[in-house]
Design a protein around this ligand. Sequence first.
Ligand code: HEC
Length: 97
Amino acid sequence: MKRLWLGLGLSLFLLAGCSSNASEKTSVNGEALYKSKCLACHGADLKGSYGPPVLNMGSKYSEQQIKKIITDGIGKMPGQNVTEKEATELTNWLMKK
Ligand code: HEC
């Protein structure tokens, strides 16, 4: 019986932990995704290299448009091989840059 309560307490603790810093986690993920999928063409500081700078994208495009650029590509940029969830995380992260 003691074990059960311990397990229950632990899962509640974990659940609470997840919801309270969900936004923080998203941004960390966005950054990690950027580094693995986008950095090569857009540069470590987002100021561009092969591709153009991707700073202030939130003022140029809507969330939907950025997501579409990531998944379908635009002009000379090929669509990126990311999941729906990854595209959302990247978009949320990029829009704050
Ligand atoms: C193979 C190189 C390459 C990769 C990888 C790449 N891009 Fe691009 N990206 C480009 C190029 C080139 C353009 C310019 C396209 C054009 O207009 O011809 C571009 C354009 C963009 C634009 C629009 C910029 C503007 O000012 O209109 C955004 C936003 C963008 N990329 C985001 C991303 C994100 C986020 C990723 C990672 C998921 C990524 N790109 C990965 C090459 C790349």
